[in-house]
Design a binder for this molecule. Structure first.
Ligand code: PXG
Length: 293
């Protein structure tokens, strides 16, 4: 089988030759950002939303992207095409670029690298959707927004990785992360929702979350079918006493959770609102047409 082709600074290179300079500050310092995007049936799902977040993040980190949004969108589609993929997971990365060993970005070439990897997607086991996941709360907090704001999908994911390690070491797949105020923020790679008395609730961006493209899409899909959604501060109490709990993310789509910190959530099975929203979200995906940027 031919090697996958990776986009690197204007060229498509075989995976084994797509290498990055060890002096790139993306490698030396995590100085860069990324997006995890899905393609369904040859369409880049929520393309505009992902690119908006990518460019906002780059702006926040003062990284000047060498391509306009429209050109970046072409890179995503070309990556699919060159790899013969219609359903895929796409990883888009921008780095600060090659510099010296000092922190200063001023020593970097001025233009960072753009990398795009399109791979076939590893789906979550179907069992997760039927029986629901079990999660714990991690002792690792989201970083304070005045340090590194987690609203930027930066190449520094160490807090999330430490929380993920904690979950795995305890026999769980995912962990809830609290913010610096002790409020529920999100999970390591997914946003969190509860359902209480028929109302869907999720922490607001001010709770120090990555504003997930899936999260925002699920909110729109729910509201369109007249399900009330509130962006509200949540405590662990709200999670434990919820009727239903679910997570959203590009890879997971919308996944039910049936246990948190040893407390059974609602009936202990994926709830009706969750399953209804999952079905509606999947219908939305099927009907999705990429409007461009
Ligand atoms: N919160 C965080 C912290 C994330 O990293 C989401 C929420 C969901 O956002 P989207 O836009 O995907 O709905 C993410 C997603 C993984 C993985 O392997 C997940 C993410 C990044 C890299 C890997 O689960 N981000």
């Amino acid at each position: 089988m031919a090697e996958p082709l990776v986009y690197l600074d204007g060229e498509f290179k075989p995976k084994s030759q797509a290498a990055i300079n060890v002096f790139d500050h993306g490698f030396l310092y995590g100085d860069g950002l990324f997006e995890g995007i899905r393609a369904y049936n040859g369409r880049v799902f929520l393309c505009r939303e992902h690119l908006d977040r990518f460019y906002d993040g780059a702006n926040c980190l003062a990284i000047k992207l060498p391509l306009a949004k429209k050109e970046m969108r072409e890179v995503l589609y070309e990556s699919l095409k060159r790899n013969g993929l219609r359903d895929a997971y796409i990883r888009l990365i921008a780095t600060r670029g090659v510099g010296d060993l000092g922190l200063s970005p001023l020593k970097c070439a001025g233009r960072g690298s753009i990398i795009c990897i399109a791979a076939s997607i590893t789906l979550y086991p179907d069992e997760f959707y039927r029986t629901g996941m079990k999660i714990i709360t991690s002792a690792v907090q989201r970083s304070h927004p005045e340090c590194l704001n987690p609203r930027v999908k930066s190449l520094n994911y160490l807090s999330n990785i430490l929380a993920k390690i904690e979950a795995i070491n305890n026999g769980y797949e995912e962990a809830i992360m609290l913010n610096h105020r002790g409020e529920v923020a999100e999970c390591t790679g997914d946003n969190l929702f509860i359902v209480k008395n028929g109302i869907v609730k999720t922490p607001p961006p001010s709770a120090v979350i990555l504003e997930g493209c899936t999260r925002n899409c699920v909110i729109r899909v729910a509201r369109k079918s007249r399900i009330e959604v509130r962006e509200e501060t949540l405590a662990r109490f709200d999670v434990y006493t919820a009727d239903e709990l679910f997570l959203t993310g590009t890879a997971a789509e919308l996944i039910p959770v049936v246990e948190a910190d040893g407390r059974s959530i609602g009936s202990g099975k994926p709830g009706p609102v969750t399953l209804d929203l999952l079905a509606k979200f999947r219908r939305f995906i099927k009907a999705y047409r990429d409007p461009g940027v």
